[in-house]
Write a protein that binds this ligand. Structure first.
Ligand code: FAD
Ligand code: FES
Length: 281
């Protein structure tokens, strides 16, 4: 059992948990992820590590309440326990002195992105961080981003805060030379940023989020195509060269279970408060 030592609502529907897990904290690195299981018959959900403290023996992750499991997880309070956490899984990100690094994060993935910004800064890089969200209330951790970055930009889909959309990045790249780009967020964001950086030959690393089950290379569910080769998101990634990823295939594969996920989420909302057992779909 893994005790929740702190729970923070970062923005509506996005929660940050710090959990007691000394063995995991001791081995964690930026870029790795956990498989979290909540409830006796709970599904396995992958969540990216966004912090670890070896002295306190804790590990942190942020999650967006999008479906049954993340909504159920969001109902847990400080002091309660999560049934099972496996990790760290996946490969650590390559962190070294590249020169100028551009870190772009969207939505919930801003939280783990800032772990990368921090590590890149500590490795001696000049770090520019871009925080993206659909509108102003969903921009999070701006002060945290300023601590770890030389420059911070904010962009929203509707222009309610900062730049409107990502077009400003094209202009930025004509003025500044970057040696590395790291992108974490919705697949469409990773695809768009990879397309923007490609003409400038900026090595661009993206964290892919295909559907996963075991997270350890056994089930094959997380397969992705990179440079024409079939790879596994969990053991070969989760970070890949964004200029080589088949994003359209990934988007299609992520939608495979959509009808079941919608039904499960609706049943969880309808029966979440009662004990009839019908929220277990
Ligand atoms: C390596 C990796 C790291 C991730 N890191 C984060 C993170 O830090 N924070 C965060 O909020 N989300 C993260 N995700 C996505 C997260 O796992 C899903 O949002 C979660 O599984 C949704 O479960 P649900 O039951 O609440 O929603 P559901 O209704 O079951 O699913 C909603 C959507 O989430 C995705 N999803 C569902 N099940 C899985 C699964 N088993 N594996 C992967 N994706 C799934 C699908 O795109 C689906 O359409 C990550 C995914 C991967 C693969
Ligand atoms: S999640 Fe099963 S092989 Fe990657």
């Amino acid at each position: 059992m893994y005790k929740i030592v702190s729970k923070t609502e970062l923005v509506p529907k996005i929660k940050l948990f710090e959990v007691e897990a000394p063995d995991i904290a001791a081995k964690s690195h930026p870029g790795q992820f956990l498989i979290v299981i909540h409830g006796e018959k709970g599904e396995r959900i992958p969540l990216t590590i966004c912090g670890y403290d070896t002295k306190k023996g804790t590990v942190s992750f942020a999650f967006h309440e999008v479906g049954k499991t993340t909504k159920d997880l969001g109902k847990l309070e400080q002091g309660q326990e999560i049934d099972n956490i496996t990790g760290p899984l996946g490969n650590p990100s390559e962190i070294k002195k590249f020169g100028k690094v551009l870190c772009v994060g969207g939505s919930v993935m801003i939280a783990p992105l800032l772990l990368q910004s921090k590590a890149m800064k500590e490795a001696g890089n000049h770090v520019t961080t871009v925080l993206g969200a659909r509108s102003e209330p969903f921009i999070m951790l701006e002060d945290e981003a300023k601590k770890y970055s030389d420059q911070v930009y904010v962009a929203t889909d509707d222009g309610s805060k900062g730049y409107k959309g990502l077009d400003f990045l094209k202009e930025l790249l004509t003025k500044e030379k970057f040696d590395r780009c790291v992108v974490m967020g919705p697949v469409i964001l990773m695809k768009d940023v990879s397309e923007i950086t490609k003409p400038y030959n900026i090595p661009t690393m993206v964290t892919l989020t295909p559907i996963m089950i075991d997270g350890m290379g056994m089930c094959g569910v997380c397969r992705v195509t990179v440079e024409g080769k079939m790879l596994f998101g969990c053991v070969d990634g989760a970070e890949f060269d964004g200029h080589q990823v088949d994003f359209d295939e990934l988007i299609l594969r992520q939608r495979t279970m959509l009808p079941e996920e919608r039904l499960s989420s609706v049943l969880a909302d309808m029966h979440g408060g009662c004990k009839c057992g019908r929220n277990k779909a």
